[in-house]
Write a protein that binds this ligand. Structure first.
Ligand SMILES: C[S@@+](CC[C@H](N)C(=O)[O-])C[C@H]1O[C@@H](n2cnc3c(N)ncnc32)[C@H](O)[C@@H]1O
Length: 289
């Protein structure tokens, strides 16, 4: 990243996702998967056909995640669920169906266009137990100790201030409350990749090593922190993340003194093979902390 000012980073990320939801032009997870029909893309991320059948197609068609954070949770009727970076709302809808009329789901996102789309998708699903708040995940507009479950799908990697996010997770969970987030982790990434804004908004360049993720959550006070699933990406998938950046990717290759072709890009992606993974991370706030 050329800019390391947190507000500027958030602004670039927000602009990219405003464009993504308006034009369907780029997303976390790459063009290869975004370009396929929506249900297929959602299924490739781990949503089951039964889950998707109960959701309006507008919502399944605007997934920008890298997993299914509601799968394998024990979200129960009556729970309060918070989705960090709720995007266009697919996970809000799935969580709202699980908590039922006696429960509540809160989404927090910083991008107006995403919030607007999520509100439409939630309304189309006929749900009245979902509230979407505008805000940043580094300073959640959520009461301390008020949430049973935190979910999130491919968002924490985008934060330029991850320790603040980990601390906010620990603050807003009820004692005994749990988190299960899908996200990208990465280690040993070369400097050219770390510096790419395209790879940052595509959920790659901002990703931190798995050990730092787990360690950051523990340092914030969470217990039982563990990675529950891991999918390590190959070079083609990594290229998919970046290829939506199109011109910027080619400009980056030229800047590195390399021919701006897909072959060269694939060669660079091979340097990242095995270093980037999609994970599902669990944690619990201790009863007494
Ligand atoms: C990759 S998309 C994921 C959206 C959604 N979770 C999904 O699975 O489709 C990232 C979302 O997080 C939001 N976001 C990124 N960084 C954020 C931050 N620091 N605070 C609040 N929202 C953020 C973006 O506006 C965008 O809607």
């Amino acid at each position: 990243m050329t800019s390391n000012q947190p507000d500027q980073v958030r602004e670039s990320v927000s602009r990219a996702y405003a464009e993504a939801v308006s034009k369907g032009s780029s997303c976390c997870g790459g063009q290869a998967s975004c370009g396929t029909p929506s249900t297929e893309r959602a299924e490739s991320l781990g949503y089951t056909p039964a889950e998707l059948a109960a959701v309006p197609t507008e919502a399944t068609g605007t997934t920008f995640g890298c997993g299914n954070p509601t799968a394998l949770t024990e979200i129960a009727p009556g729970d309060v669920v918070l989705d960090l970076g709720s995007g266009a709302g697919l996970d809000l809808i799935l969580a709202a169906q699980r908590v039922g009329a006696s429960g509540r789901v809160i989404g927090v996102d910083m991008t107006d266009e995403m919030i607007e789309r999520a509100r439409k998708n939630v309304a189309a699903a006929g749900l009245t137990n979902v509230e979407i708040r505008k805000g940043i995940i580094e300073n959640l507009p959520v009461e301390t100790g008020s949430v049973d479950w935190i979910i999130s799908n491919c968002v924490l990697n985008l934060s330029p201030e991850k320790p603040r996010v980990f601390a906010e997770i620990a603050r807003v969970l009820k004692p005994g409350g749990r988190m299960l987030v899908s996200d990208i982790v990465a280690s040993g990434m070369p400097e050219w990749a770390r510096q790419s804004i395209s790879l940052y908004v595509s959920c790659v360049a901002g990703a931190i090593p798995e050990d730092d993720y787990v360690g950051g959550l523990r340092a914030a006070g969470l217990a039982e922190v563990e990675v529950r699933d891991r999918l390590v990406y190959d070079a083609e998938t990594i290229l998919g993340f970046a290829s939506d950046a199109g011109d910027e990717l080619m400009a980056m290759l030229e800047k590195l003194g390399l021919p701006p072709t897909r072959e060269t890009a694939l060669g660079l992606a091979r340097q990242l093979e095995g270093k980037i993974a999609s994970v599902r991370v669990f944690g619990r706030k201790p009863l007494a902390s």
